[in-house]
Design a protein around this ligand. Structure first.
Ligand code: SF4
Ligand code: FES
Length: 248
């Protein structure tokens, strides 16, 4: 298929940036979206132009690095997949495709389609862990029985890959689905109880300090999340926060 691409180009964080038109031809419907961008970049390099910078790593929907806003939707038109799992069969010959970076004040553009998501790392560092004794006398995992329903919910929350689509798609640039998932994966398990109060307080404080907006229950984050993280995780984080603050 032959396509027109309208791509956000921005030299660096200080550059104003603009949409630039490109043509790609003979694109197979079996190519992934990122492979289609590889074709464009090869074309640009061969003609002596600067290739389009975009984030990617695993290309298997695992790492959370890919982060494109495609035709006005985070990770493109399909549901519960990342950009790297999107294939060209989701588009038609002759289509015009708009490709932009994930936009949020807390995700500043570094170059072209690459944004700085280290704000998520700092939220994780504020409390997204458990302290365990690994000195050789660790407890046998089977001595801590966990109800199947709790284990399943914790696992669901833990599938968040930290991509930031929830932020990019939210009109408030809220990170509450991400933080809710990270708080929930520990809140549901006995191992997470020791530091539970500090965790939620510190992660929420860091989320606010990074400049993410608040949640107004629109639910766009849940719709665009490639891992189907449920809004229930935001409700659980709010309950954990209330519990922690009421304890003082
Ligand atoms: S909650 Fe979903 S959209 Fe948000 S960072 Fe995690 S995986 Fe990405
Ligand atoms: S490149 Fe790893 S999830 Fe897309």
């Amino acid at each position: 298929m032959n396509l027109t691409l309208k791509i956000w180009r921005q030299k660096n964080a200080n550059d104003k940036g603009k949409m630039v038109d490109y043509k790609v031809t003979d694109i197979s419907e079996h190519m992934s979206f990122l492979e289609m961008l590889d074709v464009l970049n090869e074309q640009l390099v061969n003609s002596g132009d600067e290739p389009v910078a975009f984030d990617h790593d695993c290309r298997e929907g695992i790492c959370g690095m890919c982060s494109l806003y495609i035709n006005g939707e985070a990770h493109g038109p399909d549901r519960e997949i990342t950009t790297c799992q999107l294939h060209m069969r989701s588009f038609k010959d002759g289509d015009t495709i708009y490709i932009e970076p994930f936009r949020a004040a807390a995700f500043p553009v570094i170059k072209d389609l690459v944004v700085d998501r280290t704000s998520f790392d700092r939220i994780q560092q504020a409390g997204g862990y458990i302290s365990v004794n690994t000195s050789g006398n660790t407890q046998d995992a089977n001595s801590l029985p966990i109800a199947k329903a709790d284990a399943d919910e914790a696992m669901d929350a833990a599938t968040c890959i930290g991509c930031g689509a929830c932020v990019a798609t939210c009109k408030n640039s809220s990170a509450m689905l991400f933080v809710g998932a990270k708080v929930s994966q520990y809140a549901l398990l006995p191992q997470g109880q020791v530091e539970a109060a500090d965790r939620v307080m510190n992660m929420v404080a860091q989320m606010d300090a990074e400049g993410f907006g608040n949640c107004t229950n629109t639910g766009a984050c849940e719709v665009e999340c490639p891992k189907g993280i449920s809004l229930e995780n935001i409700a659980r984080m709010n309950r954990e926060y209330l519990k922690a603050t009421s304890k003082g």
